[in-house]
Design a protein around this ligand. Structure first.
Ligand SMILES: Cc1cc2nc3c(=O)[nH]c(=O)nc-3n(C[C@H](O)[C@H](O)[C@H](O)COP(=O)(O)O)c2cc1C
Length: 199
């Protein structure tokens, strides 16, 4: 399809605007080839000095089940803040998500290999750019995702869970839950006014 066509622009716009953070998944496992194909799209993201400093670790099956214990631990660091912010039904739903990860069959841990010649913030930004590519590609394959900063509450534990040797010199940036969606959440409201200032 021609990328400059109105049809493509419409399709891209709906891909972006119809994405939702999914917190309930079908248990169906995803084929390894599909997971790899989606993550490799992340590697086409822009990166500072083209250092491509993203590194991905994928947990499925028993390893994914094992992570639930840590997800529950990360909840302990966040629950008090969230209890004050969220209405009770949403608080309970969020708690359930942390305990089960919504049955997501795949968790992708996104790390940064920070380089001494690259600024810290651009290194981190590059990994988030790759994460967004992954999220939108998953969406285009009928999959749902949820970007998660919660694992940062328990960075050390996540490093140990993956294996200290594997994450040597790397820094955890975020995780992404992925699988076939099992709910259709409403769009989280967006504020479009006041975000752009013309100079
Ligand atoms: C950097 C980042 C961290 C996030 N961390 C979490 C998280 O730990 N747990 C969670 O349930 N959602 C998390 N989210 C999802 C946001 O809550 C969600 O994107 C936001 O509420 C807007 O909803 P939407 O994604 O459905 O449009 C995170 C999103 C981003 C970008």
């Amino acid at each position: 399809m021609d990328h400059h066509s109105k049809e493509f622009q419409k399709a891209l716009s709906s891909l972006i605007q119809e994405r939702r953070s999914i917190r309930k998944y079908k248990k169906d496992p995803l084929p390894k080839e599909l997971i790899e194909k989606i993550i490799l799209q992340g590697c086409w993201a822009p990166s500072g000095k083209n250092l491509q400093n993203w590194r991905f670790f994928v947990a499925t099956g028993n390893k994914r089940d094992e992570y639930l214990k840590l997800s529950q631990k990360s909840w302990l660091s966040l629950k008090d803040v969230l209890q004050k912010k969220l209405k009770p039904s949403l608080y309970e739903f969020t708690e359930r998500f942390f305990f089960t990860l919504g049955d997501a069959p795949v968790i992708i841990f996104c790390y940064s290999n920070n380089h001494p010649e690259e600024k810290y913030k651009t290194s981190i930004g590059s990994v988030y750019m790759a994460a967004e590519n992954i999220i939108l590609t998953a969406q285009a394959h009928g999959l749902g995702t949820c970007a998660m900063g919660a694992p940062l509450e328990i960075k050390e534990d996540v490093d140990n869970f993956i294996g200290k040797e594997k994450v040597k010199d790397l820094e955890l940036i975020c995780a992404i839950a992925m699988g076939y969606p099992d709910h259709v959440p409403p769009a989280a409201p967006r504020q479009l006014e006041g975000r752009i200032t013309w100079l």
